[in-house]
Design a protein around this ligand. Structure first.
Ligand code: 26V
Length: 825
């Protein structure tokens, strides 16, 4: 039928134009004589959407025919960014469609720029999920993502007087061509109520969970197609949106109880209204727990329904279904599956538990104690009474098994328990996730080692270390090099003789043989320079600040957090500024000019992080307006850092900073993006920096600072002994306190984290080696030819960090799934 009617197939220019015009006149109901860039974007997007839907259908059909084992990636965040350019490139439509819009009087860049980001995530964890979906599609794996369709994504950041101001991100204001509403796929999700015990006809004790209609919410599915690169395969992310089950309560309304009538409606819709804007920090809000269960319940019921269609026996469930938990946020899925199997399907507890543990695997993304999810038992009991019982039972059987293995070790039981015995009690979600999964992984080598040595140590003792392993993160080279850096991508393709590197990133090694060619290096620099010009234009547009593209671009863009130490960076900038001021004009002529670029959002309630933003802007104000240093230093804070802005910033960096206190950044993924784009990095011995160092070699990276295994002792020393502050750091602090950067009283709480606090993130301990490393950067940049060689070798050695490699490891070592290529039709 597709062929007969030619729906959504043809990829040539004329077919595109025909479809474009059709969408303008019908979908948008506009006149072809009156199309602005936004309408042109919509028409182009709808044309691409038609093609996506076709591939999406073919893929689902192939999956239905083969009925392979599928993997379900459960993530509360999918930070997808824009879709149009990505879809054009992955589907191979970019050239023809570019020509097509040009003939109609548009520029593709302008059209692409009309799209708003899908920003359903905070940072690394959400963007990782998006990269993984890209790789799953590209490698033809039968995979589904499950998440929430938030009405409001991560807030938009504005600056007012140098302070962060948050605005709501109402991204669905206009229609969203990248989702397929499935208004027919709805699932009832229950909350509250009570549990009744009864004995069934066979004499078995059973439980049934009953609740009132007003406490049931409906989940509606919205499907987001994810096309693979160079394949017909197109997978699906299913996002749930909440709506009330009960119709608007007219009786109440007529009785004059207007507010109550509306309230039920609103409470249901509230569940998926907003993405929680915290990153690496747990807040125990009831609504957040409701989000988690709403999502988990709808997703599992969908997964179980799909399994049941194949009429296979339950003991084959874990041979058909793998579920990956992206952090502890979906951990209730473990309990929900056990409930479905035991309460609804009548399977014996032990047999059910075997199925459950063989199905789930859990990825941990942080060891920061404040990020560990714990929910008060009374809250879980109230919202999910049956689940709380099941959690207690899981814990009981688990602890009994531990006791058999380690009799008389009460302390071990307390340490391993899923329940924290405080008042009130808490459910420790990480413990539940470990006990309910067959595999637990960290996201970089160091992080996975630290998990085993610190927070999960006792679990390793009990389970042995085979249950715990490492899956170093990766990034998709399609978006993060090919799409974000088209000039460099083209040069690479030409040098390597094909585009195969986009599917096999190890092929970048072939660039090494070009390092010594002057002409190749020249073209490399030209590409990098044009990216810097593009960024300089963006900086001018977004901040009004003019920067010189010939300066060294030094970038730190990521969520603002004390452990990431943007504070140390800006303190280093002040140190540099003071040194520059002392130079004579002649001496300054020898200095490599620098542009220090910051970007990132602070959680709205994170006071100290917000002060860091203010300090950066105050310092920028003084430095950027000081003519005496003759443009040798500029400081820029780019507002509203997001995926699209990252695509402009990352290809333009000469050096980027990944300077977390050793042992705190689980992996980092932007570090990989920068190096892949030929940017050098200045980093601590932390997260994936370590593995990047191993791949690219000593000569192409600047590493500094104390090591993870020194951190405990240093913290101890700060706490119990009087450690003098590093003198260079003290000088900088004095400078701030003198009022040089505005009223210093504002910054007192921030400075106190070093002087009166315990310098928990060890800025003082690392400051001198940070400054030394910065000096090495300045020196190295003076030799442009050598720097360019380093830049090329950086890209050339980044093969390991493709998300394709990461996904292949997950697929083979954890999920046990095989590719199912969609048939061409
Ligand atoms: C997220 C959230 C979301 C809002 C509510 C409270 C809450 C609490 C904890 C978390 C966990 C965030 C963990 C996280 O984002 N980790 C980052 O994961 C990246 C991908 O693996 C990794 O590259 C980063 O180093 C790590 O910080």
């Amino acid at each position: 039928l597709w062929e007969k009617y030619g729906v959504g197939e043809a990829d040539d220019k004329e077919s595109f134009q025909k479809s474009f015009i059709r969408h303008v006149t019908t979908t948008l109901a506009r006149s072809v004589y009156n199309i602005d860039n936004f309408s042109a974007y919509q028409a182009t997007a709808h044309t691409v959407r038609d093609r996506l839907i076709k591939r999406w259908n073919d893929t689902q059909q192939a999956h239905t025919e083969v009925d392979p084992k599928r993997v379900y990636y459960l993530s509360l965040e999918f930070l997808l960014g824009r879709s149009l350019d990505n879809a054009l490139l992955n589907l191979g439509l970019k050239e023809n469609y570019g020509e097509g819009v040009k003939e109609l009087g548009f520029r593709m860049e302008d059209i692409l720029d009309e799209e708003v980001d899908a920003a359903l995530g905070n940072g690394g964890l959400g963007r990782l999920a998006a990269c993984y979906m890209d790789s799953l599609a590209t490698l033809d794996y039968p995979a589904w993502g499950y998440g929430l369709r938030y009405t409001y994504g991560i807030f938009q950041q504005r600056l007012k007087d140098g302070f962060q101001v948050e605005l709501p991100d109402y991204w669905l204001n206009f229609d969203n061509p990248w989702e397929l509403p499935r208004l027919d796929v709805t699932i009832d999700v229950k909350f509250c109520g009570t549990v009744n015990r009864y004995t069934d006809e066979t004499g078995k004790v059973r439980h049934v969970w009953v609740n009132e209609d007003k406490d049931t919410v409906q989940a509606v599915a919205y499907d987001v197609p994810i096309p693979g690169y160079g394949t017909k395969n197109c997978i699906n992310i299913r996002l749930w949106s909440s709506k009330p089950k009960r119709k608007f309560n007219l009786k109440r309304f007529n009785e004059g109880q207007y507010e109550q009538a509306v309230q039920e409606q609103m409470e249901a819709e509230n569940i998926t209204a907003v993405l929680y804007p915290n990153d690496n920090h747990m807040v125990g809000k009831e609504l957040r727990l409701k989000q988690q269960y709403f999502w988990v319940s709808a997703s599992l019921s969908d997964i179980v329904r799909r399994f049941k269609k194949s009429s296979k026996p339950w003991d084959e469930f874990s041979y058909q279904v793998a579920i990956q938990l992206n952090d502890t946020h979906p951990t209730l899925a473990i309990v929900e599956l056990q409930r479905i199997l035991v309460d609804l399907e009548g399977i014996d507890w032990d047999e059910a538990w075997k199925i459950v543990t063989n199905t789930f695997a859990f990825t941990n993304h942080t060891i920061l104690p404040e990020a560990m999810e714990r929910w008060p038992v009374p809250m879980v009991q109230y919202l999910l009474p049956r689940h709380m019982q099941i959690i207690f039972d899981i814990n009981l059987f688990f602890l009994q098994a531990v006791e058999r293995a380690y009799p008389d070790d009460r302390e071990l039981l307390a340490k391993l328990s899923i329940i924290e015995e405080s008042t009130p009690q808490f459910v420790r979600m990480a413990h539940l996730a470990i006990v309910g999964s067959h595999r637990v992984n960290g996201v970089a080598a160091l992080h996975s080692e630290l998990l085993k040595k610190t927070i999960f140590k006792d679990f390793v003792r009990y389970y042995g270390d085979e249950k715990f392993d490492n899956k170093t993160n990766g990034i998709t080279p399609r978006r993060w090099l090919h799409q974000a850096n088209p000039k460099l991508s083209e040069l690479i393709t030409e040098a390597l003789g094909s585009k195969n590197w986009l599917k096999n990133l190890e092929l970048l090694k072939g660039l090494k043989s070009h390092v010594d060619k002057v002409d190749f290096r020249k073209r490399w620099v030209t590409a990098k320079h044009s990216n810097k010009v593009r960024l300089a234009e963006y900086i001018k547009k977004s901040t009004g600040i003019i920067v010189n593209p010939n300066a060294l671009f030094d970038v730190q863009v990521k969520r603002i957090h004390e452990y990431k130490r943007q504070f140390m960076n800006i303190l280093g900038v002040i140190h540099r500024y003071n040194a520059l001021k002392k130079l004579t004009s002649q001496e300054r002529a020898d200095i490599v000019p620098r542009v220090v670029i910051f970007g990132g959002k602070a959680a709205p309630g994170y006071y100290i992080a917000k002060l860091v933003i203010k300090l950066i802007n105050s310092v920028a104000d003084v430095i950027n307006n000081d003519n005496s240093i003759e443009d040798t230093l500029k400081v820029v804070f780019i507002p509203d850092y997001n995926v699209s802005v990252a695509e402009i910033i990352i290809p333009a960096s000469d050096i980027s900073q990944h300077i977390s206190t050793a042992g705190t950044e689980a992996s980092g993924t932007s570090n990989m993006k920068f190096v892949l784009n030929g940017g050098l990095i200045l980093g601590t011995v932390d997260g994936a920096n370590i593995e990047i160092h191993e791949e690219i070699g000593d000569d192409n990276i600047f590493m500094f600072g104390n090591l993870a295994d020194q951190v405990d002792d240093l913290r101890h020393a700060h706490r119990y002994r009087n450690i003098p502050i590093d003198p260079s750091l003290q000088a900088v602090i004095n400078d701030i306190e003198s009022g040089h950067f505005g009223d210093s009283r504002i910054f007192a709480p921030l400075i106190n984290t070093i002087t009166h606090g315990k310098d928990y993130y060890l800025i003082s301990d690392d400051f001198q080696s940070y400054l030394d490393a910065q000096k090495l950067v300045d020196e190295a940049y003076k030799d442009k030819e050598e720097w360019t060689k380093k830049s090329i070798l950086c890209s050339a050695n980044m093969g390991k960090f493709s998300s394709d490699r990461a996904i292949q490891e997950y697929a083979e070592q954890i999920w046990n799934i095989d590719p199912v290529p969609a048939k061409r039709s």
